[in-house]
Design a protein around this ligand. Structure first.
Ligand code: AMP
Length: 225
């Protein structure tokens, strides 16, 4: 799984990992936004939280991820988790549902976590990156604009305008960054205690960051990048 503050490039790096290893990319942010767009019961409940940058209740996201796990035969195929877990409570309840995860990793879970990659990017840099991020509401393609004052640009796949995500607006973004420090920050020592954490410098072009992610995984999983 990949951790990192908003705008650290988690989504990009998770998509690359999924492609490289032929595994599923599960983004709780995407699943929640899909539910909001589809207007499902759960989508209606979480819409104000997602749009304002608040965290969705732990039980809701844990259920969502467990449903995905059941649907997609994860145990056999593997997966990359993007944006989940985001709190220690989510990590504990997810791993107690899908498998055990002891501090010393002495017992091997059925569905366990091989590695937690923490992408490290300073706050000032992510604020600048997100000010230039526009997203197609139809296909999710991200466009980075040169000029942060430009509100809309065409979706490269022709769906219409790519716009600023509601939760990238300055007020919501400040809230999300604060929540990251308060709620997600404690997950770093949690994973570290379990010998799963690998910190990766997330500054620089996505190709260079991906090389560093693969190097980190190589050490942890003995994979050949
Ligand atoms: P993201 O695309 O990962 O930045 O997520 C967008 C929004 O979805 C977040 O600001 C939260 O409102 C919600 N969200 C996504 N993942 C989680 C999670 N694991 N726990 C709680 N809320 C989440």
């Amino acid at each position: 799984m990949v951790l990192g503050r908003q705008g650290s490039g988690k989504g990009t790096q998770c998509a690359r990992l999924a492609e490289r290893f032929g595994i599923r990319h599960v983004s709780t942010g995407d699943l929640l936004r899909d539910a909001v767009r589809a207007g499902t019961e759960m989508g209606k409940r979480v819409a104000p939280l997602v749009e304002s940058g608040a965290l969705v209740p732990d039980a809701t996201v844990v259920d969502l991820v467990c449903d995905e796990a059941q649907r997609s035969d994860w145990e056999h195929n593997g997966f990359v988790l993007d944006g989940f877990p985001r709190t220690v409570a989510q990590a504990e309840s997810f791993f107690s549902l899908v498998g055990t995860l002891d501090e010393d990793r002495s017992s091997h879970p059925d569905v366990g976590l091989d590695a937690a990659i923490a992408l490290e990017v300073p706050v000032e840099e992510v604020v600048q990156r997100l000010a230039r991020r526009r997203v197609c509401p139809v296909c999710g393609t991200i466009v980075t604009v040169d000029d942060a004052s430009v509100d809309q640009v065409p979706c490269p796949l022709g769906h219409g305008p790519a716009v600023r995500r509601e939760d990238d607006e300055p007020r919501a973004l400040r809230r999300r960054l604060r929540l990251y420090e308060e709620e997600t920050g404690p997950l770093l020592p949690w994973f570290e205690e379990r010998h799963l954490l690998h910190r990766v410098d997330g500054v620089g072009d996505p190709d260079g960051v991906f090389e560093r992610v693969l190097e980190a995984l190589g050490a942890l999983l003995d994979l050949q990048p």
